[in-house]
Design a protein around this ligand. Sequence first.
Ligand code: FAD
Length: 384
Amino acid sequence: MDFELTPDERALADLCREFAEREIVPRAAQWSIEEKCPTDVLRKMGQLGLLGLLVPEEYGGVGVSTVAMVAAMQHIGKADQSLAAAWQAHLTIGSLPLLKFGTEEQKQRWLRPLAEGAALAAFGLTEPNAGSDAGGIETTARRTADGWVLNGRKMFISNAGTDMSFGVTVLARVVEDGSKLGYASFVVERGTPGYTWGPKLQGIGWRALDSRELVFDSVCVPDDQLVGDADRGLGQFLEVLETGRISVAALSVSCAQAVLDMSLAYARTRTQFGRPLSKFQAIQFKLADMATETEAARLLTFRAAALRDAGRPFRREAAMAKLKASRVAQWAVSEAVQIHGGYGYMMESPVARFYCDAKVLEIGEGTNEIQHLVIARDLIAASA
Ligand SMILES: Cc1cc2nc3c(=O)[nH]c(=O)nc-3n(C[C@H](O)[C@H](O)[C@H](O)COP(=O)(O)OP(=O)(O)OC[C@H]3O[C@@H](n4cnc5c(N)ncnc54)[C@H](O)[C@@H]3O)c2cc1C
């Protein structure tokens, strides 16, 4: 399988690299301290077309391949994981429900501003009592004469509470006369009566990502805010998550690459026993292992992306990429701090920021235990 970028895709990756060096690297540490999503930077990314990567031009996007998105993510994620986390959630799980299942009118009304960079997208699946068990959600949608009434809570939702957020695409259980029917998803716009959110949650890492609890208290939405089929909402959300796993895998690879680059630079300049650390075989072996594992994770991620681009099934490969890449990132940040010694342990060191950011890669968009289940189920079904 050939992952060679086309000239246009290479230009996109170069644009992201230059943007990251100029606009993100100098400010990322401060965003983490302030714990505020840098929406000014996301807006600038929007002006460059970077908020509509997977959306076709007819809906305001630039319609590049998944492979190109993965390549672009390498540069933004290497500069700052929090910002890249917000960005990838917008590009995939945030925008794709509307692109894949929305009506023409919904695409023009909500997807276009998202793709053009005027607004930030959010995906509301997880609840206080339903994370891995997505089918166990308790948020309800009751049909009325005018549309639907939503009640419930969502947990850990990224991008819903910023000054750039338009609202959220949210999954609910359809109920009628006390009986549970199927699942349906809806757009709930910011400002809708009964839709509120809690304070920004404070994570170990991704400290500039805006993640919150959302509350739906008798929220009325008209029929034209139902996204896709009123029975297939869960399947729609799970389908979108498959692409989300590719973007989290890409984010993980960028995390591993970032700390490898920092470790290489540090090992060449830090001197102990009269020699740079890079002359010690113990350090050389760490660097070689980090490079090898990062490359393996990158190849799995590009492969999943290329399968999606080819219109072939990619559920197993996306889960494998996310499982492998998040593990590699989690392990690589620890090795990197070790190479940096006490300086890497201090919060002012960039390597410490990436150390804190890495853990969530094994949790978000399906934990690694859930990736194991997805891979195993697919393997067993294929072998039957
Ligand atoms: C920073 C951040 C941002 C997020 N953003 C979003 C977002 O934008 N939208 C959204 O909908 N969600 C979001 N999430 C939620 C995320 O997807 C969930 O946290 C994740 O799916 C796990 O759910 P949970 O936290 O409820 O853990 P649980 O499901 O309670 O799992 C707890 C532990 O049990 C394990 N476990 C559960 N079931 C099984 C099983 N059957 N077999 C083996 N092990 C199992 C899990 O792997 C995990 O280790 C975000 C989370 C974080 C931390």
